[in-house]
Design a protein around this ligand. Structure first.
Ligand SMILES: Cc1cc2nc3c(=O)[nH]c(=O)nc-3n(C[C@H](O)[C@H](O)[C@H](O)COP(=O)(O)O)c2cc1C
Length: 474
């Protein structure tokens, strides 16, 4: 049987996500990112197209590397203004039954105890439809405004992420036993304290001795997504990722990234297909190839080269205004998104990219292909990408929203359904069920070690609330 292609949509709580300058297009409603109606309409459209999830990107900073200034990002609306992505999720959940929500949160600036509760809350309110895109951040501007003078080093951010996840897994999977909440009205017992356990975490970055604040949610741990693609990022994906979002500009080159992530997962004792991989793409679709090409040309006339370099400055960590626009770019280790740099410098030995080439490429759809054509042409291309690159699905960005998503749902989804590549209806009701068939983390996932792990350990019924940290065990 041909493999199902999982559909995920990519958006951000801002007026310009991946196609700089396109907010000006008359059909674009992206500037309504701050209204609930925009989000509830979008969620209903995606559910009509049987999308697994809406992936919400987020950063906690400004793209101010280009020209060493925040002015270009402000003028051009390059991921700015930017709202918090958590708040529209319950509203979208209220108007849908199945659509999942993968929301980004950079753990570098969070506390695991508090963030674990936020995800449990969302998992309750969505009835098990939430995922967390675990990122470590890449903008110096975030660090400067969040209590640091500069970012933690690239690999150290991943070390911190390891411990952060360990704490949240203990809280989600272990702290509350199944059946702890009894709501015994006759005896006045809501929760049985003997079934709730302090996690006693004492580590290098975090001390969390206590119990989780939320009762167990439908999935317990949210589905863990990851989006870093440097070697260290892939190792992290291979260990924790249930879903991985990647960028790629050619399917054959992307294949080496997907094979590498799966090899790494296998070396860690997980099955190759326990990590589902979704690559970024954008579709410009119309009734015929000619009509789509015309639309594509029209879209290109709205792109902003300054906006593209503003994005690339943030992603790569390099100020493109300091480089000769026609001189091929060379790879250097930066403290930002290393994979964003290697894609244009190392991935394809047959091609060199200058800043001008990159600005042109990034005008529409970010670091991913733009598929232009009739529904049949776009479906052919999606199939080719998925099969050649070894993907489990796509991460679909928009040029104009919700128009790009609507045309995809109305034109491309039926074509892919006809070919048996996209499901006709949801199977299951939680996000993890769509991805792995299971409601809870698989046995080979690192969170699973804490499931039932505290049964028999000291509970809230017999431990003093205040314990000395020196008594706590990691
Ligand atoms: C497809 C993709 C999407 C990403 N989305 C986000 C995001 O929304 N927010 C964020 O802070 N980082 C995002 N990142 C950055 C990474 O998660 C990570 O912090 C960064 O890539 C550094 O890791 P790397 O050098 O291992 O690639 C994304 C990366 C990729 C490849």
């Amino acid at each position: 049987m041909t493999k199902r292609i999982s559909l995920n949509a990519f958006d951000m709580t801002c007026p310009s996500h991946q196609s700089p300058g396109l907010w000006r297009h008359p059909a674009n409603r992206a500037d309504q990112y701050n209204s609930l109606e925009y989000w509830t309409d979008l969620a209903q459209t995606l559910e009509r197209g049987k999308f697994d999830s809406l992936f919400l990107a987020d950063v906690l900073g400004i793209y101010d590397v280009y020209k060493n200034s925040s002015a270009p990002a402000l003028r051009d609306a390059d991921q700015l203004p930017l709202n918090d992505p958590f708040f529209q999720i319950p509203a979208m959940a209220a108007v849908t039954k199945n659509l999942g929500f993968a929301v980004t949160s950079a753990l570098t600036y969070e506390q695991p105890y508090a963030l674990a509760r936020k995800f449990s809350t969302l998992d309750h309110l969505t009835r098990g439809r939430v995922g967390w895109n675990v990122v470590t951040s890449y903008l110096e501007s975030a660090a400067r405004n969040l209590g640091r003078t500069e970012q933690l080093g690239h690999d150290q951010r991943y070390d911190l992420a390891e411990e952060f996840l360990d704490v949240t897994y203990k809280l989600w999977e272990g702290s509350w036993e199944d059946g702890a909440v009894i709501k015994d009205r006759a005896n006045g017992i809501f929760t049985d304290p003997s079934k709730v356990h302090p996690i006693n975490h004492a580590g290098e970055y975090f001390n969390v001795p206590g119990i989780h604040l939320s009762e167990p949610s439908p999935q317990r741990s949210p589905v863990i997504f990851q989006a870093g693609a440097s070697p260290r990022g892939r190792e992290f994906s291979a260990k924790h990722g249930e879903g991985v979002f990647i960028n790629g500009i050619r399917p054959d080159l992307t294949r080496s990234a997907t094979d590498d992530i799966r090899d790494r997962a296998e070396r860690r004792g997980r099955s190759r297909d326990s990590v589902k991989i979704f690559s970024l793409m954008t579709a410009v679709v119309a009734d015929s190839d000619a009509a789509a090409e015309k639309l594509h040309k029209e879209y290109l006339s709205y792109t902003s080269a300054d906006g593209a370099l503003t994005f690339y400055g943030g992603w790569s960590g390099l100020d493109m205004s300091q480089y000769d626009p026609d001189e091929p770019l060379k790879y250097v280790d930066t403290n930002a998104v290393r994979s964003a740099l290697s894609i244009f410098t190392k991935a394809d030995p047959t091609r060199e990219w200058t800043p001008n080439d990159i600005a042109h490429y990034l005008g529409l759809g970010g670091i991913g292909p733009v598929l232009v054509g009739s529904p049949e042409t776009v479906a052919d291309e999606i199939e080719r990408w998925v099969d050649v690159a070894g993907l489990d699905g796509i991460n679909l960005a928009y040029v104009v929203t919700p128009g790009s998503f609507e045309s995809f749902v109305d034109l491309v989804v039926p074509e892919l359904q006809k070919r048996g590549r996209v499901w006709k209806d949801y199977e299951g009701s939680t996000l993890r069920e769509y991805i792995s068939g299971n409601r809870h983390v698989d046995a080979d996932h690192p969170a699973a070690q804490y499931r039932h792990a505290f049964i028999g350990a000291p509970s809230a019924a017999d431990t003093p609330a205040r314990i000395e940290l020196s008594e706590a065990t990691a």
